[in-house]
Design a protein around this ligand. Structure first.
Ligand code: PEP
Length: 250
């Protein structure tokens, strides 16, 4: 399966900066073997039209960082999956720990968002992962798999391309602390095992990403693990050369 390197720009950059940044990325990617991987840029809503324009003719795909669970109605400030589809977006990050923590998104809401994304024909990048205190209490796997099961309850998929799961230990996000290759593999392997129970026909082909301070110098070891099929990249994705370095490690 093709690894996926997905950038999460979070609350960074301006729409007017997107075109030049994409040009920089395409320049920086020349040395990487981009046929062997897929790249996606998950940008703030305001940036998505400019991103679509900048990516015309490119194999790089666009993504959003969140979505409403609702299709339409009196939900001021919300953006629906259908709206994202109409702009041309392919991926939607759902259940990022910053949404869970800072916006009180619980498993039920994350599950509703996954369903909204799927019903519009977009692909959720479903984020799961434990906090530091949960890891220290030996609950990393139970917490992560509990989030996975909750988000996928009632979901039926026919193709592995319809879903991406990102294992993101919360303590590793934006902290510079990365899970060891073997700890990351252990949890991604557990996610694979759970997917085999939930969707046996396609589980082995669903891409599982690792996210949490992945950089050019630690990417190769993480990406070499059997159940790590790519990365969700925050800080290191803000710089085109750094992102290209991770892509080259695939
Ligand atoms: C993220 O926000 O999903 C992430 C992995 O961030 P960082 O790479 O900065 O840890």
């Amino acid at each position: 399966m093709k690894p996926l390197i997905a950038a999460n720009w979070k609350l960074h950059k301006l729409p007017s900066e997107v075109a030049a940044w994409v040009t920089d990325l395409h320049g920086a990617l020349e040395t990487a073997n981009t046929d062997r991987l897929e790249l996606a840029l998950c940008a703030p809503f305001t940036h998505l039209p400019a991103l679509q324009t900048a990516l015309v003719g490119s194999s790089v795909r666009s993504g959003a960082q969140d979505v409403s669970a609702h299709d339409t109605g009196a939900y001021t400030g919300e953006v629906s999956a259908a709206m994202l589809k109409d702009v041309g977006v392919h991926y939607v990050i759902v259940g990022h720990s910053e949404r869970r923590d800072l916006h009180a998104e619980d498993d039920a809401l994350v599950g509703a968002k996954v369903k909204a994304v799927l019903s519009s024909g977009l692909v959720p990048i479903l984020c799961v992962g434990e906090r530091l205190e949960q890891r220290e209490a030996g609950q990393a796997e139970a917490v992560t798999l509990g989030q996975l099961r909750a988000a996928l309850e009632g979901v039926t998929l026919t193709s592995a391309a319809e879903l991406v799961v990102a294992y993101e230990p919360v303590w590793a996000i934006g902290t510079g602390k990365t899970a060891t290759d073997s700890d990351a593999q252990a949890l991604c392997g557990a996610i694979r095992g759970e997917l085999r129970g939930l969707m046996p026909e396609i589980a082995d082909e669903v891409r599982i990403l690792y996210g949490g301070s992945m950089k050019g110098d630690n990417a190769a070891g993480l990406l070499a693990q059997p159940d790590i099929n790519g990365g969700l990249i925050g800080s290191a994705s803000l710089d085109a050369a750094s992102l290209a370095k991770i892509a080259a490690a695939c």
